[in-house]
Design a protein around this ligand. Structure first.
Ligand SMILES: NC(=O)c1ccc[n+]([C@@H]2O[C@H](COP(=O)([O-])OP(=O)(O)OC[C@H]3O[C@@H](n4cnc5c(N)ncnc54)[C@H](O)[C@@H]3O)[C@@H](O)[C@H]2O)c1
Length: 253
């Protein structure tokens, strides 16, 4: 199959929804075979079914270390290699501001967003090294670069992903594995819809968020997925340890 990532095998976490699901669709369209994982088994299997026989779905919680070994083993059995890892599983800023958040909520957000990314890289990188290299793409956020009041755990987790990416990029560059982070602005996905829905002043909050993007709108999943296809492909062959900011101008202000 022709395409920008033809012949590559991509493993995507959080593939049942939002940016993970859209990245899966676009990587498939560009010729990749896919291993999709998510805790949401029914929705994840539906995305794989929609893509067709080039996609395999495995139910997995990214915080489950033993499960990661199983995911890599199953992916290698089916496709022989893993060329691309997209760490997209994540949760938003439920838990609240510093003066309200419980330690349990703090740890849950850090565990999924940061530990999950760490565990994924540690499980998949050896396979990439063994088969000649690869590209790891970690979903950070603009909130890994600038603060948002009321979201200490989310901001800390995404700042952690940014620096975890840079350190790992330096370590793995000599081994042929590139590692980059993606920093979306606010994107129209179920994650953002749920946060707005749960807020008392959801409409006002939405207007406020829109006003913070210089382009005067939120992004759509395709705009992030296209960046992910670029990082997955050999078009980005000289990029590692970099921050791909796709935010409609949010951080330029
Ligand atoms: N949507 C945005 O505006 C935005 C902006 C910046 C960064 N991001 C980041 O992009 C990534 C994807 O976000 P999205 O908007 O697509 O969210 P989403 O809620 O639509 O999808 C996230 C997926 O992750 C899965 N997930 C959650 N916890 C998991 C776990 N422990 N193990 C396995 N899967 C788990 C969910 O089931 C869901 O399918 C996240 O890391 C998010 O923080 C999103």
């Amino acid at each position: 199959m022709a395409g920008r990532v033809a012949g590559k095998v991509a493993l995507i976490t959080g593939a049942a929804s939002g940016l993970g699901a859209e990245s899966a669709r676009r990587l498939a369209r560009e010729g990749a075979s896919l291993v999709l994982t998510d805790m949401a088994a029914e929705a994840g299997a539906a995305v794989a079914a929609e893509i067709g026989s080039q996609a395999l779905f495995i139910a997995h919680d990214v915080t489950d270390e033993a499960g990661w070994a199983e995911v890599v083993r199953t992916a290698r059995e089916r496709f022989g290699r893993i060329d691309v890892l997209v760490n997209s599983a994540g949760v938003a800023s439920e838990g609240g501001p510093l003066l309200e958040i419980s330690f349990e909520s703090w740890r849950r957000i850090l565990s999924i967003n940061l530990d999950g990314t760490f565990l994924g890289m540690r499980a998949v990188a050896p396979s990439m090294v063994e088969t000649g290299g690869g590209s790891i793409i970690n979903l950070s956020s603009i909130l890994g670069k600038v603060g948002l009041p009321g979201a200490p755990a989310y901001c800390a987790s995404k700042g952690g992903v940014l620096m975890l990416t840079k350190s790992t990029a330096l370590e793995l560059a000599p081994l042929g594995v590139r590692v980059n982070s993606v920093h979306p602005g606010f994107i129209e996905t179920p994650m953002v819809a749920n946060v707005l829905h749960a807020a008392e002043n959801g409409n006002e909050m939405r207007d406020m968020l829109i006003s913070r993007h210089a382009m005067g709108r939120l992004g759509v999943p395709r705009e992030i997925a296209d960046g992910i296809v670029f990082l997955a492909s050999d078009e980005s062959s000289f990029m590692t340890g970099a921050e791909l900011v796709i935010d409609g101008g949010y951080t330029a202000i």
